[in-house]
Design a protein around this ligand. Structure first.
Ligand SMILES: [Zn+2]
Length: 250
């Protein structure tokens, strides 16, 4: 298994939510109860793992052709140019890693990202996410601001009817911890599917993750991505993966 222990530090306000993708709608921060035992049933602000995985996938579509052009990805490149999230091809490297509609199961797991006390991040990483969630003292009761907005009608220049809406935002500096795991055995379990090289997948995941530093990672939200622990397993000697990881450790 390849695993990454990842910290996302929110720059500016962090807007994530379960609301509609349309920005001009009420959004509510995703705040599930932690697993039994943790935080005495208190709720913790979370960035859903599926959301983070979607962000990384979006970048993988842009990064994969660049790596392929340089000969750094050579397997499962067919279909890359026509594949997209809403119309997955099922055969390109992005589909193999992130899954495709009605296709092969994804060998990549991205956990939820939990608001963690910034000075306890190391401890959380040492324990591992599942064990750390059993501890009440490691997680932050992240503060959420409710911002009220008024939508202005373009024609009249006045407040639009029903144009009052609220957005919940996580405060700047909030720190989130989650883990990314690639289960290699799931890749080889499907004999009919074209084979992919694990080191090429590792390069793709690390290069795509790094892109989150230079793009929005939520609605108008920016984050600093840091990998504070990693096990590259069988590909720990891959020079490009090591270089990408070094960049993400800073
Ligand atoms: Zn595809």
């Amino acid at each position: 298994m390849i695993s990454l222990k990842v910290v996302l530090e929110v720059k500016g306000l962090g807007l994530w939510g379960a609301g509609k993708e349309d920005f001009e709608a009420d959004t509510t921060t995703f705040r599930p109860k932690l697993p039994a035992g943790a935080l005495s049933g208190r709720r913790c602000v979370v960035i859903p793992g599926a959301y983070v995985k979607g962000l990384i996938r979006g970048w993988a579509y842009r990064v994969a052709p660049l790596l392929a052009n340089k000969g750094l990805i050579t397997t499962s490149t067919r279909g890359l140019n026509k594949c997209w999230i809403k119309e997955t091809c099922g055969e390109c490297i992005v589909c193999r890693v992130f899954g495709s509609l009605g296709g092969t199961p994804s060998p990549l797991e991205v956990t939820n990202f939990y608001a963690v006390k910034p000075d306890r991040v190391k401890e959380v990483a040492e324990l591992g996410l599942e064990d750390a969630l059993e501890r009440e003292d490691l997680w932050e009761d992240a503060q959420v601001l409710v911002l009220t907005h008024v939508r202005i009608d373009d024609k009249s220049g006045k407040a639009a009817e029903g144009g009052l809406y609220e957005v919940e935002a996580v405060q700047p500096g909030a720190t989130f911890y989650g883990e990314i795991r690639l289960y290699e055995e799931l890749l080889s379990s499907l004999e009919s599917a074209p084979q992919v090289k694990v080191e090429e997948i590792c390069r793709l995941i690390l290069a795509s993750l790094a892109q989150l530093n230079f793009s929005y990672a939520g609605r108008r939200s920016r984050v600093k991505v840091r990998v504070i622990g990693a096990d590259l397993g069988a590909v720990s000697e891959d020079a490009l993966s090591k270089a990408l990881l070094d960049g993400l450790r800073r």
